[in-house]
Design a protein around this ligand. Structure first.
Ligand code: TYM
Length: 376
């Protein structure tokens, strides 16, 4: 068996994530750099504390983050960019980079450009109308706001409704990207609609939007899961030709689905917790989730559980158990068979309910001041 065989079933593209994800292999395959302790410490120093996702290596890879930090240290402006393809409700995985953006925004006093790609989702999905994807843009914006971003530093925009702010720059970008590039990078074929082949210019454009609007170069950092990386490889190739600096990235891992295999998806509602789920219903999904437990309680007590393959443990690890000592306790109790899956799930279900109650209050409040966060 070759070293790579274990990853043969791994697919990570902007439209599909499946198989056993090996993050070390992705760093090699995508040609990114592993996130070092030194870089994590630099961010922690600026922020006043190390974010849980940094501490636990949920952020694991980057491109030129060191340069972005150097720019900040040299007193030059830095900015943030991330986005969402509004195809339905937001699940907890989507929130990871958005919470992280709120943390970085505060630490660096950085503007955040947040792109709602209602055009992309309309072009990509047979089952969605344009009115639906646009409506999701504004609905999903409430989730972004509930993550704690600041109104005076945040510019959320819909590709369709706010096209006047972005079209000229989008054209500049699209003139420098050839059909053969988008075919090679995204695998488009002659049977794809032409809208899809133009769309990458718009996702690339936002890397330069702050610089374009301010008439000066602003170092751009993109926090997102690594599935979006092909866009940035393409954008980095044209940046300097356009007189802009290359966008930099920090990549997060994927929060796994609650079900075994596959991905979190709106078409399989039991696979994910959505921010608008009724808390009781979300708790039931947790109780029905896949775990790393043994077939029987007797076996669990004898052999212990397997947190390393357990999705419930992943939820504690990525989001819900902030206290490192308590996380280690869960892991050890599981491994020695003292903690059985039912009790472990019940503990998480309680945390998920409390989280949703709080998040949904913030989400509701966001409805009153959504306009303050939109691009002007
Ligand atoms: P979308 O809507 O697929 O995903 C939104 C953000 O969530 C990340 N993500 C996850 N992170 C952790 N665990 C998961 N299970 C998980 N699933 C998705 C994605 O990496 C993304 O950061 N084309 C984009 C929209 C977009 C964008 C951007 C995203 C436009 N500009 C700039 C990131 C950065 C999309 O459809 O994202």
């Amino acid at each position: 068996m070759s070293a790579d065989n274990k990853n043969d079933n791994m697919v990570v593209t902007p439209w599909e994530v499946k198989g056993d994800i090996d993050y070390g292999t992705l760093v090699q395959r995508f040609g990114t750099q592993p996130l070092t302790e030194e870089l994590k410490e630099r961010i922690a120093k600026h922020a006043g504390f190390m974010h849980m996702q940094l501490r636990r290596n949920v952020y694991f890879s980057h491109r030129d983050l060191d340069w972005w930090l150097n720019e900040y240290d040299a007193g030059r402006p830095v900015g943030l960019y991330t986005g969402r393809g509004p195809s339905g409700g937001v699940h907890l995985g989507h929130l990871l980079p958005w919470f992280f953006c709120a943390y970085l925004q505060k630490a660096y006093n950085a503007k955040l450009y947040f792109q709602m790609t209602d055009d992309e989702k309309f072009l990509h999905r047979e089952d969605l109308t344009l009115d639906e994807t646009i409506a999701y843009s504004y609905d999903n914006a409430l989730d972004v706001i509930a993550c704690g971003v600041q109104p005076e530093l945040t510019h959320i925009f819909s590709d369709t409704d706010h096209i006047g702010h972005i079209y000229k720059l989008g054209l500049q970008v699209s003139k420098r990207i050839t059909m053969s590039t988008v075919k090679a990078v995204f695998g488009f074929t002659d049977s794809d609609n032409i809208g899809l082949t133009w769309y990458p210019a718009l996702q690339a454009m936002t890397c330069f939007l702050q610089s374009y609007r301010e008439g000066r170069n602003v170092a751009c950092l993109i926090p997102a899961a690594i599935d979006q990386d092909p866009y940035w490889r393409m954008t980095r190739d044209i940046a300097e030709k356009m007189g802009y600096t290359k966008p930099t990235q920090i990549h997060n891992k994927f929060l796994p689905p609650l079900t075994q295999g596959g991905k979190m998806s709106a078409s399989q509602p039991e696979s994910a917790i959505f921010t608008t789920d009724v808390p009781e219903k979300a708790a039931k999904k947790v109780m029905a989730a896949f775990t790393g437990g043994r077939e029987t309680i007797k076996l669990q007590k004898e052999l212990g559980g397997r947190p390393e393959v357990c999705n419930i443990y992943a939820y504690y690890y990525y989001l819900f158990e902030e206290d490192d000592a308590k996380l280690i306790e869960v892991e050890q109790q599981c491994k020695c068979g003292a903690l059985v899956c039912g009790d472990c799930k019940a503990r998480l279900a309680k945390m998920v309910k409390a989280f949703l109650v709080d998040f949904q209050t913030k989400r509701d409040k966001a409805k009153d001041n959504l306009a303050d966060y939109l691009i002007k």
